[in-house]
Ligand binder design. Structure first.
Ligand SMILES: Cc1ncc(COP(=O)(O)O)c(C=O)c1O
Length: 347
């Protein structure tokens, strides 16, 4: 019988879906890898599973122990799926400004949830330091450390990258990815460049993240702040450090509103906020590169996890954003002329 023995076995092997509207407009095939198909509903299920499997293999994580992790939410949901499936307890530490859609999922899964104020990384109460301390101070706790633990990118090197290579029959020209920990872009870019070093890898960075500036100038500088969650960072972490990036672009939240409404209306796909950035950047890259290319990006999760922000007019107005999407003709013209904003990453 071809059956799964536990939920964690259903992580990975996601479909690749063509975004018909933007593909036709740009003349390139723009595909999203449907990471919302994972049992926890996001791309972070993959990292959660690999972090836990590798820790068990190394003998660090033993039966009866508690997994502890600091997360913007999706890794917590992924770990909740994996922890229950493999017989561990879970404590999740999250900043308290993330969408309630995600905190509720963690609680519904029966994990212990601790929320902390959203403070800069140097503050000892940051969710990352809080999770680390809990791991260090409690015997029987194991800290997953998705930012520095490279089992995270290994998940994408071993699985996501090979899946994309097979699904496109090696015809992929361009990979576009946002980055939170950098696990996705780190693992997938490393695998794909080993198959074909000519594949172009683009980082899509939100307002307020320092990664774009870092690749441009070597320094982490922040400009603005984005409503996106789980992506954008102000420090260099190991999973991101190993990414093989050729180009980087930053796009404003206003574009995420425009692209998410267009894809919803034309293709019926409700994009989460990081996915809206991925898809906007993929469209941008398609227009910059010219027609005939095969471009792959990620549907990291679905819009229901961003309902109270990206799809909430009241929230958007409070942030000073225009709830009326820009017409696709205007967005297209603008993207065609924004070439000077692309950072060519020095090798
Ligand atoms: C919705 C969403 N998209 C993208 C990412 C970024 O993925 P990665 O950590 O692999 O860079 C995350 C989490 O980190 C996320 O929660």
């Amino acid at each position: 019988m071809n059956v799964a023995q536990h939920l964690a076995e259903q992580i990975g092997n996601t479909d690749l879906l063509r975004i018909r509207s933007l593909s036709e407009l740009s003349g390139s095939d723009i595909y999203v890898k449907c990471e919302f198909q994972n049992p926890g509903g996001s791309i972070k299920d993959r990292a959660a599973l690999q972090l836990v499997q590798d820790a068990i293999e190394r003998g660090e994580l033993k039966p009866g122990m508690t997994i502890v992790e600091g997360t913007a939410g999706n890794t917590g949901i992924g770990l909740a799926v994996v922890a229950k499936a493999l017989g561990f307890k879970l404590m999740v530490v999250m900043p308290n400004d993330q969408t309630p859609e995600k905190t509720r999922m963690i609680e519904l899964h029966g994990a212990e949830l601790k929320t902390v104020p959203p403070v800069p990384f140097k503050d000892p109460n940051h969710f990352y330091h809080t999770a680390r301390r809990l791991g260090e101070e409690n015997e029987g706790f194991w800290w997953a450390n998705q930012f520095e633990n490279t089992s995270n990118m290994r998940a994408h090197y071993l699985h996501t990258g090979p899946e994309i290579w097979q699904q496109t029959e090696g015809k992929i020209d361009t990979l576009i990815s946002v980055s939170g920990t950098g696990g996705t872009i780190g693992g997938v870019s490393t695998y794909l460049k080993e198959q074909n070093p000519d594949i172009q890898v683009w980082l899509a960075d939100p307002d307020g993240s320092g990664s774009y500036e870092y690749l441009k100038s070597g320094e982490y500088k922040s400009k603005g702040s984005s409503m996106t969650e789980g992506i954008g960072i102000m420090r260099l972490v190991e999973n991101f450090r190993q990414a093989k990036i050729d180009k980087a672009i930053t796009l404003p939240d206003q574009d995420l509103i425009s692209i998410s409404r267009y894809v919803r209306d034309m293709d019926g796909i409700l994009l989460g906020s990081s996915t809206a950035l991925n898809v906007a950047a993929a469209y941008f890259a398609a227009l910059q590169q010219g027609p005939g290319k095969t471009i792959v990006t990620f549907a990291c999760d679905l819009g229901e996890r961003s309902a109270s922000k990206l799809y909430n007019d009241h929230y958007l107005q409070e942030r000073g954003l225009n709830t009326e999407p820009e017409a696709i003709e205007s967005l297209t013209q603008r993207y065609k002329t924004m070439g000077e904003q692309v950072v060519q990453v020095q090798k």
